[in-house]
Design a protein around this ligand. Structure first.
Ligand SMILES: NCc1[nH]cc(CCC(=O)O)c1CC(=O)O
Length: 312
């Protein structure tokens, strides 16, 4: 009998949900699966903001060690959490069908009105993109850093740390918190982070090519793939780790990718955004052309300033 496909994942509820989703897709094609939980540095360090630890690899390093040693066949991640370049030999081989990509406001309270400057509001988030975007469009909204997994964040909100949380719809939905969603934020203002809403499968170069092909066939969503390739190519040039507020969203339409994306200064004062379109089978080129447009119109200066501010 064939060995089960060993799926490496972090142990958070969201990560396990995502790993089980991949397992389900593989089982539908007749594969046996086994889920292997791996603890990463990022799971252990809870008291320091990720933008200060340096985002690179804190949630992926241990998973990649086990991929390289062959202890697991694939690793499953939120596509959004994956750096734009992976270490040598590693590859994102598939992306699942993308969830709704919006950010949402989650709260037990029903009277959350983020648009009204006369209503004080304290939003919990730990994303520099979301904080800067709020400062830009809704400067009256106060923010407080709330870290940890979704369950921890909700607990902190219940303890009074904040009135509401600003999160990705995808995570809130996967964790079953739909009934707490009070607002779905517009994609024009809160353009999501690259890859938001899709689950990525990572493999090492030693994975058997025939098996790899079957895993891709079982888990990959072609349109999402074009969108994410375009967005990740944009991210690669902007070198935006998750601490740098770059944003980008690609849509797929009749063989084309249409992209909108940019960068926002940490204080929210400057926001650059551009749009590009191009053939989906040249998604990387399209992402690159968007990056060049953003860089040339002042994005390089904003990026430099952000790097300096984060290093202080
Ligand atoms: N930054 C953490 C993270 N990574 C992926 C998700 C949600 C799921 C997704 O976007 O695919 C979240 C939570 C959030 O941003 O609110």
């Amino acid at each position: 009998m064939m060995q089960p496909i060993r799926i490496g994942t972090r142990g958070s509820k969201l990560a396990l949900f995502q790993a089980h989703h991949i397992a389900d897709l593989l089982q539908l094609q007749g594969f046996q699966t086994e889920i292997v939980v791996i603890t990463t540095k990022g799971d252990k360090i809870l008291d320091v903001s990720i933008s200060k630890i340096g985002s690179k690899g804190v949630f992926t390093e241990e998973l990649e060690e086990q991929l390289a040693s062959g202890d697991v066949d694939i690793a499953v991640h939120s596509a959004k959490d994956m750096p734009s370049s992976l270490p040598d030999g590693f590859e994102l081989i598939s992306y699942t069908k993308r969830e709704k990509v919006n950010d949402v406001i989650l709260s037990h309270r029903e009277d959350i009105d983020y648009k009204n400057p006369r209503k004080p509001l304290l939003l919990g988030t730990s994303s520099t993109r979301r904080v800067a975007t709020l400062k830009h469009y809704y400067p009256h909204v106060k923010t407080v850093e709330v870290r940890g997994n979704l369950q921890t964040r909700i607990k902190k909100m219940e303890e009074g740390t904040c009135d509401a949380l600003l999160l990705a719809y995808a995570g809130a939905h996967r964790m079953g918190y739909d009934e707490l969603i009070r607002h779905e934020l517009s994609l024009d203002e809160f353009t999501p982070a690259v890859g938001q809403g899709s689950i990525a499968v990572e493999a090492f170069e030693t994975l058997d090519p025939a098996l790899k092909k079957q895993i891709v066939a079982a888990t990959h969503h072609t349109e999402t793939g074009y969108r994410l390739r375009a967005e990740r190519s944009y991210l690669k040039i902007l070198e935006g780790g998750c601490s740098i507020p770059v944003f980008c969203l690609a849509h797929y339409r009749a063989g084309q990718v249409d992209m909108s994306g940019g960068i926002i200064s940490l204080d929210g004062k400057e926001r650059i955004q551009h749009e590009v379109s191009g053939p989906a089978d040249e998604a990387e080129m399209v992402g690159k052309s968007l990056a060049e447009k953003v860089i040339q119109s002042g994005g390089d200066r904003i990026l430099k300033e952000i790097r300096q501010q984060l290093n202080n």
